[in-house]
Write a protein that binds this ligand. Sequence first.
Ligand code: DGL
Length: 293
Amino acid sequence: MSAQRPVIGVFDSGFGGLTVLREMVRLVPNAEYLYFGDTARLPYGTKSAETVARYALGACHFLESQGAEHLVIACNTATALAMDAITSYAHVPAIGVIDPGAAAAAALSKTRHVAVIGTEATIASHAYHRALEKLKLQAYEKACPLLVPLVEEGWIDHPVTQQVAEIYLQDAFLHKDQRSDVLLLGCTHYPLIRPLLRKVVPSDVAIVDSAESTAYALAKKLGVDPPPASASASGATHASGARAVTAPSAPDPRPGTPGFRFFVTDSVQKFRRLGAGFLGHPVDNVEHVDLGG
Ligand code: DGL
């Protein structure tokens, strides 16, 4: 990395992208982070491709106007529906969450069958299916629309959330013909219920978190050496796994202290309050912006 700190613009529909930011800060602490959460217009997961692309391009334009030199599209839905539009429109390099997540799943799967969960729009786009197919994997895709509101309600360790997850995942993992040996978390909110999902899926199924895989992709792109390889290096955990999967943790004490500016389109207070749970530490320096439209 050059002596100059990179300025990284992170875009999400709201709070969930903070799980991606949390992982990026852990791996690339010596950076300025500009985070845009489109809280007034979430959820994106139920919207059309045209609408999501329009919102995403506006947000990326805003982040570039604030000095972003790299864009990370932390929102799975925006990556799934608008990555091509963003890449051709942006003046700076952009990475999304889908290719890194798919690559991490491919590195782990022995059966070459992967179950992917995400919002309605992400799953309907089949973006993960295509990314996995390119890597010669077969995808079992399942929309889990109730999980986002349950996480936002703070029910990350609640029996109702567990029951909902069991219902969503039973076809993928309980059917005798199922062959998926990886569960790919294709939504920003799911890392927060990873411990709960760990209880739901069979113990020999690895869980891959595209938030963590994306942080590794960013570190690689910036030439930052990630921490030594571990079971979590590609964002995976097994039941026996070496990775602690409890609460989100504060950044590791690696050199450099990250700088943060947060921009939201709805209540600053609400973002501070809810955001801390997603980021794993207090969220300060939040400004309200109105992009119109
Ligand atoms: N950020 C979205 C995603 O990762 C989830 C929340 C929403 O639907 O806006 O797909």
